[in-house]
Design a protein around this ligand. Sequence first.
Ligand code: ATP
Ligand code: MG
Length: 481
Amino acid sequence: MGADFAISRARLDGARIRAPTMAGNEQLEAALRIVETLRARGHEAYFAGGCVRDLLLKREPADYDVATSATPEVVLEMFPRTFAVGAHFGVVLVAPETEDAGFVTEVATFRSDLAYSDGRHPDGVRYTKTAAEDVERRDFTINGLLLDPLRGGRLLDECFADPKILRDAVLDFVGGLADLDAGIVRAIGRPELRFEEDHLRMLRGVRFAARFGFELEAETERAMRQLAARIHVVSRERVRDELTKMLTEGHARRAFELLDATGLLAEVLPEMARMKGVEQPPQFHPEGDVWTHTLMLLEQLPAGCSMTLAWGALLHDVGKPATFRRAPDRIRFDGHVEIGVAMGAEICRRFRFSNEETRQVVALIENHMRFMDAPRMKTSTLKRFFRLERFDEHLALHRMDCLAASGNLEHWDFVRERFSSMPEESVRPKPLLTGRELIAAGYAPGAEFKEMLRAAEDAQLEGAIATTEEALRWVRERFPS
Ligand code: ATP
Ligand code: MG
């Protein structure tokens, strides 16, 4: 074991800087040049981790990470534009020489992690001599692959399209290729030890299985079930970020089924676990219980959807289990929206959502039943409904809600049609009246001003009045001064 030196207490939080997705070729070229430069100086260097996995799966990697035998000091000295944010635990960010390329490449020194005493971060890292030692610290076999991009000369883009050349260039010390072929997410080493070290890996494993449509290997899944309760040691923000990724990568249903199967759901979102077995009236919900309905909704969340729509979809019926009641005529959930709003707000608070995010998630829960009433709404009420922030998300949620139940899109069609045909100036017209006009008309300022102005605005939204004079006349007829 070659420990060059040990460093105490590496903090990994916030240090993983993601390069923005740029033209993939540019990032690939930059990573290739870095590998070439390191090799030319006699160091080992490979592509590592997620990018190797993605290339083998014929997916465009979000970024290309490099693993090398060179220490951070050497890397910092070798490249002209570097950032040392993670140098204390072996990671240097290398920016292309051209200004404003808009991305950086992570160059990580071969290392192994020291003990994890808190279930979140290694107490430190030590640099190792070999690539084989480096991959042992990585989480899953499919994430533990290295690629020699210069094998047989310089591999160009086209070579990445040839699976044979690509596979020959892979260094596999952990059986990652076989698991990738078989579609298996398997922890490297003993799963319970790996999850004890870093509990977040349990959520990462679920996320990768959902994303790629892979199975969790049996021992890996068993260890998750055994250690699920430890997830509380991980910061709520990191749990939230993992859940948000699961919800917005296009495989939310599978992710939540796996969270359920591993017992993680009951730990991170017990409110969701409680939906299981909560019956619904079959005439409105032929699909089954609240959990099934929610899963069917999650199934429709497209990849890349907004996090607020995703969380709104997840939580829209969160108030149902608490309000379940077998009334004489049918099963009812009276007040589930109000309870759901309170529970949703509490969940957003627990996961440290921003105020703006919370507002939208809660609004989605709060308004999801209003579509039913839309055809009977007065025009003014409908217009006020349309004034909800990001109304398109309300529409999208309602559509998914219908498709996950009766499949009847009548209300959605109605609302969408009215919404898209109504110009902005008719939904938010400039008010005909303000308090100033009321005072000029002889009214004494007071509490009823608000009521008067609202009534006048309603009449304006209904098209009953169109000028300030008409508005004043209209008010005088109804509110004696
Ligand atoms: P994604 O496509 O979501 O970015 P990724 O595999 O690239 O997936 P990253 O979080 O970018 O994941 O991490 C890059 C690599 O670092 C992983 O492939 C894995 O080898 C290693 N890694 C990341 N997080 C952990 C962890 N918590 N424990 C062990 N290894 C990890
Ligand atoms: Mg990555």
